[in-house]
Design a protein around this ligand. Structure first.
Ligand code: ZN
Ligand code: ZN
Length: 266
């Protein structure tokens, strides 16, 4: 059973596709459980009313498609909550919202910097950025108010993939272990994001070694997501990721209903 727990629609700033079109693609591609996780990236100056309005529109899109497809596709009503610690008062309200199944938590930027997507790594201290990135991920995992941690190692997609700068992740193994152990202890999921397989980095986020390490450290829940912003990317190479997750010692993947994990055997 293919589960894709990470996708976007026109309610995200970087996507123009109506959710109905994404769902049609999910059905065509054999996806059985599909989450809409539109961006909700918080900054210290986020406009609370605008943030909440956009989430309500997105949740209503998900609700409507779940009804239209009438059991053909299970639609999970999710949010990709970016940088919750950058605006805790709003984040605390979002995580208490009614009608949300799934909070997928991301770090796309560290404080006083743009999204890692936009940085020019020829002018940056890469080690300092990564140290701050992993520290913020750890702080967010300590906050603990989410269901799954999205695309751990996100900056690597750009630093190694787009800029070709070599990074030895073993340098950060202590903090990565702390992140993975705490996720496992708290019963939270680790997302395996398949989008990187089609990019220059050519690997999942996080990569195999980190997935296997999560298992060793007691991790139980995995969510898999394509991070599709286009219909053709829904369910992108998810069968390969299922195989990878199995090789790393997991016998199930997870989706969420009202924040409760539901395991699907693989
Ligand atoms: Zn993201
Ligand atoms: Zn995303």
């Amino acid at each position: 059973m293919i589960t894709d727990l990470h996708s976007h629609c026109e309610r995200s700033f970087d996507c123009e596709i109506p959710f109905a079109v994404m769902c049609d693609s999910a059905v065509e591609r054999g996806v059985k459980v599909f989450a809409l996780t539109d961006h909700c990236d918080l900054t210290p100056v986020s406009d609370e009313a605008a943030v909440m309005d956009n989430i309500r529109l997105s949740l209503s899109d998900a609700q409507m498609q779940g009804g239209r497809l009438d059991g053909t596709l299970k639609v999970v009503k999710g949010i990709e909550l970016g940088q919750p610690l950058h605006n805790l008062p709003i984040a605390e309200k979002i995580v208490c919202m009614e009608g949300v199944d799934f909070i997928l938590c991301s770090i796309h930027e560290i404080i006083d910097k743009q999204d890692f997507y936009y940085l020019n790594y020829n002018n940056e201290d890469v080690d300092d950025l990564l140290t701050k990135y992993f520290e913020e991920v750890l702080e967010t995992v300590r906050w603990n108010k989410f269901d799954s941690l999205a695309h751990l190692t996100y900056p690597i997609r750009y630093i190694c993939g787009e800029y070709g700068i070599a990074v030895d992740l073993s340098k950060y193994s202590a903090v990565i272990d702390e992140i993975l152990s705490l996720l496992a202890k708290n019963g939270k999921a680790l997302e395996i994001n398949s989008s990187g397989l089609g990019m220059k980095i050519k690997e999942t986020l996080p990569p195999r070694a980190i997935i296997a390490r999560f298992r060793q450290l007691g991790g139980e829940y995995i969510t898999i997501g394509s991070d599709a912003h286009l219909p053709q990317n829904v369910g992108y190479r998810i069968d390969e990721v299922f195989a990878l997750v199995r090789e790393c010692g997991f016998d199930s993947v997870t989706y969420f209903e009202n924040h409760k994990p539901v395991k699907v055997r693989i």
